[in-house]
Design a protein around this ligand. Sequence first.
Ligand SMILES: Nc1ncnc2c1ncn2[C@@H]1O[C@H](COP(=O)(O)OP(=O)(O)OP(=O)(O)O)[C@@H](O)[C@H]1O
Length: 781
Amino acid sequence: MDLFVVNRHDEDKQKDVEINEEANIQRVLKRIEKRKAARSRQKELEKKKQTAIARTREERQRKRERKAKIVPIPTGKDEFIDENIKETTAEETVSKDHESSRKTKTKKKAKLDSLKVEGFTVLGGESFDRKAKVKRVLPKWLSNPTVISVNLQDLRTKVSSMKVLDKDLRKKLKANRVKYLFPVQAEVIPWLIQADKHSNIILPRDICVSAPTGSGKTLAFVLPVIQALKAYHLKRIRALVILPTQDLALQVFQTFKRYAQGTHIDISLITGKNPFAMEQKQLVSENEAFRYLSKTDILVCTAGRLVDHLKETKGFDLTHLKYLIIDEADRVLDNVQNDWLYHLERHMFKTEQNMQAAKILNFFTLKNYRPPQKLLFSATLSQDPEKLQKLSLFQPKLFTSIVETGTSDLPISHGENTGDTFIGKYTTPKELTERYIECSEDLKPLVLYEFIKQEKLTKTMIFTHSVESAHRLAILLQALFKNKLKIEEVSSQLEGNRRNTLIGSFSKGNIDVIVCTDALARGMDLIDVQCVISYTAPKYLKTYIHRAGRTARAGEQGLAVTLLDKTRLNKFMNLLQQAGKNALQEIKISEEGLESLGEQYREALGNLKKAVSKEEEESLRKMKSAKGRGKKRKFKSAKTNRKKKKIEKQIRRLERNARQLKPIEECEIPLTLIDNRKERERSLPALSNEVMQQRITLEKQWAHYKHKEHLADLQMLDRIVYSQQKALDELRKESEELYQEAIQIDPTFLPLKMEGPAETTAIKDYDSPDGVYDDISKKWN
Ligand SMILES: Nc1ncnc2c1ncn2[C@@H]1O[C@H](COP(=O)(O)OP(=O)(O)OP(=O)(O)O)[C@@H](O)[C@H]1O
């Protein structure tokens, strides 16, 4: 059956793919031809139209002139209607309809009002009254934030004048070529340092920071955390930073490392990139006196891996946490996977009492337990109070930037807000230029190629919706550009190291274009990205903001371009309106340029086809070999199972037999007490210790009296014991062989317990008076 499936896949699918690819090429080429023809047809049509319009105008003019000569005789209303008036516009008709429907509604309302009895409402009656709109009221802290400027061109806060920051940090900032603080840093850093200073008297408020991409949010929490932790010398995890992806966690870890260099502060990274045991060793050490000791002060992690350590790592202690930082907070909060928040809270608070204390803060609860200060950062922070409430924020404070387009619907307010709008919703950097290109789906690759060529773009990121499409687009562009540009694909399919190498090369400028998915859209700080192209239009505003945010970072200029087909245009513009953006300007790509690319495109498609079919063959081959292995394994395991069952059956039989050999202990009647020989034989299996004792007595009696009867009894007894012992030995041997066979198949197979006559020592030690029993005793030896 499997083979059948594989064969069918081989032939049919291959044919289908070939036909499809060929059909695609033909379709695109035909489309180009069609467009050419359509354009010339359109030109002709327009000419005709122009002449027709001119003719009608002349006609009308003539009519008017004729009418002016004739004096009309008023016979009825209609005759007064002028030719022009007759052509009632559609608008007028609509307004008339509207008017009449309004009148009917008023009539109906009057009728209903007449039916109304004072103090009663007619149930089921139609009411035309407008329902009062429910007014959305945001909590005061969300509607009245501290506003942060988005202007990175006119920086006013000099690092040297920021005296709240300690000297060492100011020095490090200068060493990293940071002379002025960005607005978000200038607002948040002093606030956090101040809050820490008074934290013994007043519990610091939690903060939420919403500022554009590339505005320097990372340093806004890295610097105050390092400064605060310098005061602690006992090693405990005091700051926990949670990020949504491994790449981002690594980036934040590196920033912490850079600014904590030369201090006693240790920072660890746990994201699942390294083996679990290795991460455990980084976190905790075991010690006889203190049992578990923390090895880190700041822990940077992803939510999923954090939960793993909360569950598995002994001595992993978060009860001394001073800061809980959630970067890209909206994304991390959306991640309900692993229920990370529940596990984290249970771990942080240790007891239910503490958990309650963290929620109801008062003088008494604070004496025992101090919850960590929570710092939330994002460029697209949730404005949903319910979502934020999940974190049980303590008297939260919002820092946010505002839309400064001037044409935005959103209010720009520095003072009291009316309370129904979140004023800082989704802002983008001022330096970002946004454009769109309209083109049909099948011409997209050519338009993209032409655009990159036309603008001479380098350091460009192209976003697609899936790993597969990123892969194909990268191959196609490589084929189109040949060696003129270095184009690479970066996706989650690549191994961690290869991904990092490619990202590094791109940052250094060794790669011109990377084609990627939204995995790289958030938070990645790639230096000097010139242009971001959304090859597939983003579905959500947040996705667009983060994609576009890979360029125009840290005050640099940047361009974000979205390729749209006609059907998506309106939807996309509506999305942008949510962020208070006006309709974007269009970049026109001349189609004449595209027409000359027909041959080149055909060739590139051919290359793509070859590359894809080669990959498919490769994966099919791998699949086949894996299947073959699977089959063999399956076959082997079926065979093994059968054998195992057979062995088990045999073992059960052996066990049954062994049980029938009744242990000697079970014998109830001493053999010698049974006079009748036949009777004694019937009781053959019934042997016991008592029998053995009896045997010893018999033996002594025989030795003493030399009575024949005693010897006969003794012989009989020994024969029984011997036969039983022999049978049991055989069973044991057989079962041992079976056992050896069984553990070859299943190593977990338990050894059998073959129990039989236990007490054979007396007989073994028995020295037969006349050598009659020598054979027997030899057997037992
Ligand atoms: N004061 C500053 N002066 C110059 N460069 C700065 C300053 N602060 C930060 N930067 C640089 O700006 C870049 C963007 O900073 P960062 O990654 O912190 O932005 P972000 O706001 O977190 O962006 P995103 O929302 O995309 O994650 C980084 O390369 C950083 O080194």
